[in-house]
Design a protein around this ligand. Structure first.
Ligand code: FAD
Length: 310
């Protein structure tokens, strides 16, 4: 049995951890967030829940069954395409991440600040921003976005190799409870690739959800890049105005919050699910095959197979 550390408890890290644990390894995940899930994120407030990261899975029924562990509901509003449809986790997407994390050793609020080769010349040693604790492992898997992984690797004297080729688009996402009634029958809409708004979805009408009428609004890649450094309050006001115009309603709000995803979607992936960067050191994430839950899950499985084979 090997002692394996995984940095990042998003889809990739959780997928790898479940696979390695099932194969009998001792796995510990570290995440800087307050709970597992990474970009599979949800916020729960007075106005109800919002999925402000992953919106839906596009998958066949067999894939949804394998990944979703019985937690996914079909979302008929998403048009079927090539045998696949839209799937939702209920009551929120973050609940699916928490379901995957059940029974795993997941240590949240642990920001990995330093990586160091193990003292015996084997394995790795991790240090953290929040505590003086030190963690030694036989093998290390990094699953954080490449712009966050590269400085950690550089400080440990590890060259990033092909990780330096990966590119991301940012995303501004608005969680909005409008004061005005929403247009009857509206469930969601997707914008053109370069439109200011890429996506609007009514949270309360998704299967398995309820509560007051409310919207998740995602800006497009170009708008998000141009407005990346806006204060969140300003981004929220601008996105409300854009969404209100598109839906033909007033822009006043009962509640509104904007979230900036600096590394939201991989625009230039590696084309391979996992990279081995050094002895007992591997990298996998959606940077490998692309920004889809199904692809990140696949990357986690591939990383687990690579680690288990060594
Ligand atoms: C707004 C938005 C909408 C999306 N919509 C969809 C969708 O509808 N369908 C779909 O299939 N995909 C969607 N995606 C893409 C999907 O979310 C990602 O492909 C997938 O979640 C990536 O998982 P990951 O584990 O590779 O990375 P992440 O989820 O980014 O996980 C990396 C983890 O590393 C942690 N971390 C970072 N640095 C450190 C550190 N130093 N120490 C410890 N932990 C650290 C982070 O906290 C994070 O939890 C969307 C993404 C965004 C942002």
């Amino acid at each position: 049995m090997n002692k394996i550390a995984i940095v990042g408890a998003g889809v990739t890290g959780l997928s790898a951890a479940r696979s390695l644990t099932a194969a009998g390894h001792a796995v510990t995940l570290f995440d800087k967030g307050r709970r597992p899930g990474g970009r599979m994120a949800s916020r729960e407030g007075m106005a109800g829940s919002f999925d402000h990261g992953v919106q839906y899975l596009r998958a066949t029924a067999a894939e949804a069954d394998a990944i979703g562990a019985g937690q996914l509901l079909p979302w008929p509003a998403i048009a079927p395409h090539d045998g696949s449809g839209g799937w939702l986790a209920a009551p929120t997407f973050n609940h699916l991440a928490r379901h995957w994390a059940n029974g795993l050793d997941v240590r949240c609020s642990h920001t990995v600040s330093t990586l160091q080769p193990g003292a015996t010349g084997r394995g790795w040693q991790l240090r953290f921003a929040e505590t003086d604790a030190v963690f030694d492992c036989d093998a290390l898997l990094l699953t954080l976005p490449t712009p966050q992984a590269i400085p950690l690797l550089a400080a440990a004297g590890v060259a990033p190799g092909r990780l330096a080729e990966v590119r991301y688009d940012p995303n501004w996402t608005l969680m909005w409870t409008p004061a005005d009634p929403l247009p009857a029958g509206f469930t969601h809409s997707a914008g053109a690739a370069d439109a200011p708004l890429a996506w609007i979805a009514r949270e309360d009408l998704k299967p398995g959800r309820s509560g007051p009428p409310r919207l998740t609004v995602q800006a497009g890649a170009r708008w998000s890049t141009t407005h990346l450094e806006l204060p969140a309050e300003t981004a929220a006001l601008e996105l409300q105005a854009l969404a209100a115009r598109q839906l033909g309603i007033g822009s006043s709000s009962l509640a509104a919050t904007a979230h900036r995803w600096r590394y939201a979607f991989v625009s230039q992936p590696l084309g391979e699910p996992v990279l081995t960067l050094g002895r007992d050191l591997h990298y996998a994430s959606d940077a490998g095959l692309g920004s889809r839950v199904t692809l990140a899950w696949q990357a986690g499985r591939a990383a687990a197979a690579r680690i288990a084979a060594r």
